[in-house]
Design a protein around this ligand. Structure first.
Ligand code: ASP
Length: 325
């Protein structure tokens, strides 16, 4: 019998849950990232894995299960054994996939246990280095005159970059050609190389490239400017003329449905401890991320927020007429 069952059954039947559950985790925990290595979700997960090591007393291994805008990795975790040893770190895509995919092999949130929202990640609109546009107004003009020929990179349907691109095309009343990747890490390589033209990307990954002048930056996709040296002169897209343009990415951690309550409590406590780790906070802030420390870090609060985001985005997506089989 596994620790899961001793823990789960111990809780309900024997009443010595804390004794039995003290054994969790007794082997490394896997954190599934549903995007390619080297992208923002991967970076966030790797930093989190490091910070979780101490409170969990175990190594946390990263597994990249990329594809289809994060739905491949999410499906994998939905089907994993509900023992706390396979977790998912995923962004806003968790809330948007149900509206975007007609055939989704998992239900949101029903097939998951929510463990907590961990951060908010602003994004920026960036372009290949050879673009002549030097600000958003010039970029807007260039897009208007090139329309469907403009290649807009994204990390697949339902990814944050895809959603931001959808909103952008809606706000500009134009369509560009979407170019999907398995994550924004490979998309960034192509943007730098000039194979694609523009992309929305989380500041996490964009800031080092902006600092290195490898890409051009045109605007912040959320409503507040970012207090980062590389972005001190960058306006929000809302300020630059797209009224109320607001795409704010957030990440949460999930376990498969049916994970025992005592295991979930232990994971949530470890998450809370990890998010207080000063090294983690410093690293996240340097990349424009805000560590969440409100009631969304509670499993119930996370679930409520996920439901609200799912409702909000499903309207936007339906209005945009986007879906995939
Ligand atoms: N930032 C990506 C997105 O657009 C995902 C990633 O590669 O981390 O959703």
């Amino acid at each position: 019998m596994t620790h899961l069952w001793r823990c789960g059954a111990g809780l309900a039947v024997l009443g010595f849950a804390s004794l039995a559950c003290a054994e969790f985790p007794d082997k490394p925990v896997t954190l599934v990232v549903p995007f390619s290595a080297g992208g923002p979700s991967d970076k966030i997960a790797r930093d989190l894995a490091e910070a979780l090591r101490k409170p969990l007393g175990q190594t946390v291994i990263i597994e990249n299960a990329a594809g289809a805008g994060g739905t491949v990795g999410s499906a994998k975790v939905a089907r994993a054994a509900p023992d706390g040893y396979t977790l998912l770190v995923h962004h806003i895509g968790m809330a948007t996939a149900p509206a975007l995919y007609r055939k989704l092999s998992y239900k949101v949130p029903d097939d998951f246990e929510t463990l907590g929202v961990i951060n908010e990640a602003p994004s920026v609109l960036i372009g290949k280095p050879s673009l002549t546009a030097n600000n958003f107004a010039e970029l807007r003009q260039w897009i208007a005159s090139n329309g469907g020929k403009v290649n807009l990179a994204n990390a697949g349907l339902g990814s944050a970059s895809h959603l931001c691109g959808l909103m952008l095309q809606g706000a500009l009343k134009t369509s560009m050609t979407p170019v999907p990747y398995k994550g924004t890490a490979p998309a960034m390589t192509d943007l730098i190389g000039g194979q694609v033209d523009v992309m929305c990307e989380q500041a996490t990954n964009a800031v080092p490239q902006i600092e290195g002048k490898k890409v051009k930056v045109y605007g912040i996709t959320s409503l507040q400017r970012l207090p980062l040296a590389a972005l001190k002169d960058t306006p929000t897209l809302s300020e630059a003329g797209l009224n109320d343009f607001n795409v704010q990415v957030w990440h949460g951690v999930y376990a498969p449905r049916g994970t025992p309550a005592a295991v979930l409590a232990k994971l949530n406590a470890a998450l809370r401890a990890a998010l207080k780790d000063p090294d983690l906070v410093k690293r996240e802030e340097a990349l424009g991320l805000t560590v969440v420390n409100d009631d969304r870090l509670d499993p119930g609060g996370h679930r409520k927020y996920l439901e609200a985001e799912k409702a909000r985005w499903s309207k936007v997506i339906k209005d945009a007429g986007e879906y995939a089989d």
